[in-house]
Design a protein around this ligand. Structure first.
Ligand SMILES: N[C@@H](CCC(=O)N[C@@H](CS)C(=O)NCC(=O)O)C(=O)O
Length: 240
C-alpha cells in the first residue's frame, strides 16, 4: 500500500498518474500547503524540505515502511518497484532519466517562477516576468524539438518522463502554445490526455481540490510566498 501525502499540484499529479498507471494500491492523504500543513512536525518527518509530495510505502525495500520525498525520485522508485515505465534497455533508460531530470531541473522550477512573478509577487517586476515567461516558452520549444525526433519524451516508449512533464503543460494554451507552432508537443499532449490513467488523474485532482477547499473553509491561510515566515515555520516544526 502506498500512502501519497500530497496536494494535486503538478508535482502531486505526476505521482498520482504513476500510481494509476502501475495499478498499485494507494491512498491520498491531503496536505493543504495553503494552510501550512507542510510545516506540521509529523509531515516534516516524511518531507524534510516541507514540500509535497511525499510517499510512505508500507512494503519498502527489504520489507517494512519506506518514506520518500522529491517527485522525480518517487517516480523512479515506483518504476523500479513495479518494473514499469522505466525501460530495461540501458540507452533508453538513461534517455528517460535525462528527460526526467530535465523536468525536475527546468520545467518545474522555471514554470513555477513564471507563475509566481505573473500572479503572486508583491510587486510587478517586469524583468522577472520576462525572464521566466521567455524561459518557459523556450522550454516548450525544447519539448517540441524532442517530440519531433522521439515518439515519447524519454524514448520510443511511454515512461515516467512523460508523466513528470504532462501536468506542468496543462495550461499551454495560456502561453499561446498550439498546433501551428508546436505540432509535435501537441501530438504528444493529446496522446497523454487519451490515456485512461491520465483521465482518472485529472478527475481525481479536481475532486481532491474541491474536498481540500471545503476543508479549508473558515481556516486561516498562510502566505506561501513569505520566505522568512516559511523559514520560521520550518524551524518551529523541527525544533527538538
Ligand atoms: N522538487 C520538488 C518540488 C516540490 C514542490 O515545490 N512542491 C510545492 C507544491 S507544487 C510545495 O510543496 N510547496 C509548499 C511550500 O513551498 O511550502 C518535487 O518535485 O517534489
Amino acid at each position: 500500500m502506498i500512502e501519497l501525502h500530497s496536494s494535486p499540484t503538478p508535482n502531486g499529479q505526476k505521482v498520482m498518474i504513476m500510481l494509476e498507471e502501475t495499478g498499485l494500491e494507494w491512498r491520498h492523504y491531503d496536505i493543504n500547503i495553503r494552510l501550512g500543513e507542510q510545516f506540521a512536525p509529523e509531515y516534516l518527518k516524511l518531507s524534510p524540505n516541507n514540500k509535497i509530495p511525499a510517499i510512505v510505502d508500507s512494503d519498502g525495500p527489504g520489507g517494512g515502511p519506506y518514506t520518500m520525498m522529491e517527485s522525480g525520485a518517487i517516480l523512479w522508485y515506483l518504476g523500479e518497484k513495479t518494473g514499469k515505465f522505466i525501460p530495461t534497455d540501458a540507452r533508453k533508460r538513461y534517455d528517460t532519466l535525462q528527460w526526467l531530470i530535465f523536468q525536475m531541473a527546468h520545467v518545474g522550477p522555471m514554470f513555477g517562477q513564471a507563475n509566481h512573478f505573473n500572479n503572486y509577487a508583491k510587486e510587478a517586476i517586469q524583468y522577472a516576468r520576462d525572464r521566466y515567461n521567455n524561459e518557459s516558452v523556450r522550454l516548450y520549444r525544447v519539448l517540441d524539438n524532442r517530440l519531433r525526433d522521439s515518439a515519447w519524451l524519454g524514448c520510443d516508449e511511454y515512461t515516467v518522463a512523460d508523466m513528470a512533464v504532462y501536468p506542468w503543460t496543462k495550461s499551454h494554451k495560456d502561453r499561446g502554445i498550439d498546433r501551428g507552432g508546436y505540432p509535435h508537443f501537441m501530438r504528444w499532449f493529446e496522446a497523454m490526455e487519451a490515456r485512461p490513467a491520465v483521465q482518472r488523474n485529472n478527475k481525481m485532482a479536481a475532486e481532491i481540490r474541491e474536498r481540500m477547499t471545503k476543508a479549508a473553509e473558515g481556516r486561516q491561510a498562510i502566505n506561501l510566498y513569505d520566505t522568512k515566515d516559511n523559514a520560521e515555520r520550518l524551524a518551529r516544526g523541527t525544533r527538538s
